[in-house]
Design a binder for this molecule. Sequence first.
Ligand SMILES: NC(=O)c1ccc[n+]([C@@H]2O[C@H](COP(=O)([O-])OP(=O)(O)OC[C@H]3O[C@@H](n4cnc5c(N)ncnc54)[C@H](OP(=O)(O)O)[C@@H]3O)[C@@H](O)[C@H]2O)c1
Length: 313
Amino acid sequence: MATRIVTVVGASGTLGSEIVRALLEKGAKVRAMVRATSDRTKLESLGVTEFVVADLRDANSLQLALTAEPRAVAVVASAAGFSAHTARTKGDNSQTDTEGYRNLVDAAKDAGIPRFILISILECDKAPDVPHFSQKFLTEKYLAEKRQPYLALRAGAFLDRAQDVVAQRVRKGVFPDIVPGGALDMIYSPDLARYAAEAALDLPASALNQSVDVRCNVPATGPMVAAAFTRALGRSVVAKPVISPLLVPMLPMVAWFVPRLRDQIKALGWIRKGGYISHESQKQKDLFGELPTIEDSVARYCRDRGLIKPTAS
Ligand SMILES: NC(=O)c1ccc[n+]([C@@H]2O[C@H](COP(=O)([O-])OP(=O)(O)OC[C@H]3O[C@@H](n4cnc5c(N)ncnc54)[C@H](OP(=O)(O)O)[C@@H]3O)[C@@H](O)[C@H]2O)c1
């Protein structure tokens, strides 16, 4: 069988590079869609040789990227306008996540791409006041409206966060808790990446055209994750709030002065109210098998980050 090509959008991102790794492990060829300014170092070290330069805000560049031959069997879309990763790029904001994603869906449809795997967000259909979340839902609706075959993977919060600050804090015995006193659904990004690769290459067409919640088996509180780190590392790790509870009432004021943080602060408020918890797990089980546990995800994270030595097999 000819090698199958998958185009990864947002390939230079935290999750994007994990998706690239998972696709390469499955024997696919990756066409990494990057911007002219993207850092390609990690992708090149993974063995990516094919790059297409495009920007979600430039419809022509997407059309060229998605009509490259041989045509890709799937597009996996992991780009995001609102994130710490992209803050350095001026002008990056909801235009990427709204118009940009519509441009991408249009280009995929026009190019006849057989499947579009969207990295979406858990409960995004229930968060109309959180821009980055509700914009994912708009893209899901647009995919359905355009009749572009798709699968939306609605992910919980990444255990390894967009900019991975967890490992350095855990080394000092602290797990940074973003919802003190509350719980949220989490996923370790390599698991989500593996699902995205399976969705691009292996799932039958009958599994497409739906949204699937993706998470660990139970919602986690900060102390639960800290306890899992304590067990994995064999030394004490305690949960500490990322933001002091005294400062939380001041967040709306911060958002007023620092527009870049508005979306993140709205998301945080919504998560604190318990919004970031799935009510459905059967689809994830049916498509990808048993849900990972927090315990196992934390243990793998510790091994992958070199916090503990791999066990001899
Ligand atoms: N972090 C979480 O907890 C979480 C939870 C659920 C879902 N998600 C979703 O997971 C996905 C990946 O998140 P992440 O943390 O891996 O993001 P990330 O590290 O910030 O990566 C974002 C990627 O998007 C690219 N990008 C940004 N604007 C673009 C544009 N206009 N055109 C083309 N590419 C553009 C960036 O390229 P450059 O390298 O050029 O900047 C980068 O490759 C996102 O869709 C996010 O919404 C994240």
